[in-house]
Structures are given as C-alpha cells and as structure tokens.
Design a protein around this ligand. Structure first.
Ligand code: ZN
Ligand code: ZN
Ligand code: ZN
Length: 373
C-alpha cells in the first residue's frame, strides 16, 4: 500500500515533464542536487553531503542520477530506484563533475542548477563546463511544483490534520507560570507524536513576544490574562509540510486585544474568501489588508499575507502585493494576516488550496481566540 501512495505522490512521469519543461525553457539540462527539487522529481530524500549526488535531466537524451557509490543502496531503495532511471555510481577517486560534463553535449548552452545547490558545487560545475551558462532551475521547476496534484493535496491535508491535532492539545499545555520554552518543548514532542517526521518551527509568543511574528522560544513566564500566539509546523514522512497559527489566552484577554482580534478574524476570513482561480495573490492580500487598514491597524500588519507550501514550508506562490500571477486550482499557500500593536499581537494562519471554484482549508481548528483557564 505504501508503495502505491509513494507512486501517486512521486509519479514516474514527472522526470519526463521536467525534461519537457527544460527544453521549453531553452535550457540544455537541469542539474538537481539533494533538496526539495530532487525529491519532487524522484521522491529521493537524499542527504546533503559534500560528495555529489545529482539528477541530470538533459533537454535531449535520457536523464540519469549520479550518486556516490556509498549512497547507491539508499538511492536504489528510494522511490528513485523504481523510476527506470539510470543510476551512475562514482568512486572516491573519480571526478563526478567531469563525469556529468562528459555525458552532456559540449554545446549544452545554459544549464539550470537547483536553487538549493551548494555554491561549491555550482562552482565545480562551472569549472567542469566552462562553455556553459548557469541559471537557477527554479524557474523551470516552479511551474510544476506550484500546481499540486490530487496526491499532493491529500498529503497537505494529512499534514494539516496532524498539526490541527497538536493545536487541540495546546490548551492543556498552556498554563500561567510555565515558560514559553517549556510549552514549546511539549508542543515539539506532540508534533512528532501526531505523525510528523520533523519539527520545522515552534513559536510560542506570549504577551509582548506575540507582537514579534518570528519570536524565538524564550524563558519568559506566561502570566494570567496574556494572549499567546502559537505558530507551529513540521514535515510529514511524505515530505509535505504543515503550518498553522492559533491564538490562546490564559484567562480573560485585555479589551483592546479583543477589539483588534475581531478585526483580524474578519480580515483572515476575507482573504480566504478571495481565493479562487483567476484571482491574483495581490487581491487576496488586499482583501484582508484593507479591512485591517480601515480599522486603523494598517501599520501593525507589516508582512505579506502568505507563502506557498508543499515540500518546503515557504515556496511559491507568495501572497503579496505585486504578485499578479493568477491563482490556479491546486496552488497551496498560507493565509496569515497579523496585527501587532504591542504589548501583544495576534496572527491567524490556515493553509488553503485553491479549488475549481474557491478554496479548501487544510486547517479546521477554532480560528477565534481560545481562552484557557
Ligand atoms: Zn514566516
Ligand atoms: Zn506559520
Ligand atoms: Zn506560514
């Protein structure tokens, strides 16, 4: 059963789609070292090592995966091993960069390098292919990665359900007198216990720390009557990520907080409701931002509305002013406006997927303030 799921998530035809996209973009080849692009194309979650692992997808010709001989068993056992892909192992004294160059045409033209390729590797490729221009492969891969397949949406839904289960545990962990770090440690344990393979981030922003959207866990003691922003996410065994923010208060929150939280709730909903095919990310951003600005909090919402999510917790499309590339079904991203006036703040975040006629939220826990006693 697991193999079937993997095949759906990382289908065999994807390498061919990348080859088509490579040719269409006018590139001679795309070179993918370990990272989200390689995993997207082959399902291989390869380790980032100083020894070169690289999927080579020429515009003409067969793709192949260059692997250090030590990593050959891992590559064979990964989904990449059943793609019918040629695996090319190299030995300790071989030059894998020359090996790649020798298999490509002399006049390869421009090669696309994985956006996350290490600079040392990009430089070694430049040395091995002095006639080739280098560019970022992201421009080729983004067209595919931005539009999630049904299997990818299912993986994001599974990730959303897992992080929702963690949010449901938060009221039992938040207590006046505990520190952010203590609560954060319990949340991190729960992220794993609820099915993630990895914790990506845990933000527990209590009181004034809630006014800092990227607050680090601190030893600050949570006090009664303080709002707490909890923004958490992880990576599932599938490779797909979760990310959700909810707001809690130990006891009754201050009146000024309640007033702007009501505005935020309305704004977050408005941005979600603006999601549909053909809508621009800019318009989705404006739908919520206008409500916040009209309430006099424009200056207290100083980040974009959201980011795409998939094999990376931040990827395209970005939901931000200036992005006018129309949304399409299958695009997945966060809707996470915030208001941070101090001495506290709030942010509400859901992952949503653009559908044929609107959106589907991947997170379904209570968006309103959760009061813990
Ligand atoms: Zn962020
Ligand atoms: Zn988040
Ligand atoms: Zn986010």
């Amino acid at each position: 059963m697991e193999t079937d799921v993997t095949t759906e998530l990382y289908p065999r035809e994807r390498v061919g789609l990348v080859r088509e996209a490579t040719a269409k973009a006018g590139l001679g080849a795309v070179l993918l070292t370990p990272g989200p692009d390689l995993r997207y194309v082959t399902g291989y979650d390869a380790k980032q090592l100083e020894r070169l692992t690289c999927l080579v997808v020429p515009a003409d010709g067969e793709p192949f995966l260059v692997v250090p001989r030590l990593e050959l068993p891992a590559a064979q056992e990964s989904p990449a091993g059943s793609l019918g892909l040629e695996l090319v192992p190299w030995d300790e004294t071989d030059d894998p960069y020359a090996l790649v160059a020798d298999r490509l045409p002399r006049d390869v033209g421009t090669v696309g390098l994985a956006d996350r390729m290490w600079a040392v590797m990009a430089l070694r490729f430049r040395g091995a292919m002095p006639g080739a221009e280098q560019t970022a492969a992201g421009a080729v891969l983004r067209e595919l990665r931005m539009r999630k397949s049904a299997a990818e949406v299912a993986a994001l839904r599974e990730a959303g359900e897992a992080i929702d289960r963690v949010h449901r545990l938060v009221p039992g962990l938040l207590k006046a007198g505990r520190t952010e770090r203590e609560v954060g440690r319990d949340i991190a344990d729960a992220i794993i216990a609820e099915g993630h393979a990895q914790v990506d981030f845990v933000i527990v922003g209590s009181g004034p720390n809630g006014a800092n959207p990227h607050a680090e866990l601190s030893d600050r003691v949570i006090r009664p009557g303080e709002p707490v922003v909890v923004d958490i996410g992880g990576t599932m065994p599938s490779g797909y990520c979760s990310d959700s923010t909810r707001n809690y208060c130990v006891g009754e929150p201050p009146a000024d907080y309640q007033a702007y939280f009501a505005v935020l709730l309305e704004a977050q909903r408005a941005s979600c409701e603006a999601v549909r095919p053909g809508a621009t990310p800019e318009a989705v951003d404006a739908a919520g931002r206008d409500i916040i600005a009209a309430a006099g909090h424009g200056e207290h919402f100083f980040h974009r509305t959201g980011h795409g999510i998939g094999l990376e917790s931040h990827e395209e499309p970005y939901i931000v002013a200036g992005n006018r590339e129309p949304l399409e079904p299958g695009m997945a991203f966060s809707i996470e406006p915030g208001i941070y006036p101090g001495p506290h703040g709030a942010r509400i975040e859901d992952i949503v997927v653009c559908t044929e006629d609107g959106y589907e939220p991947m997170n379904t826990t209570e968006r309103g303030l959760v009061v813990v006693d």
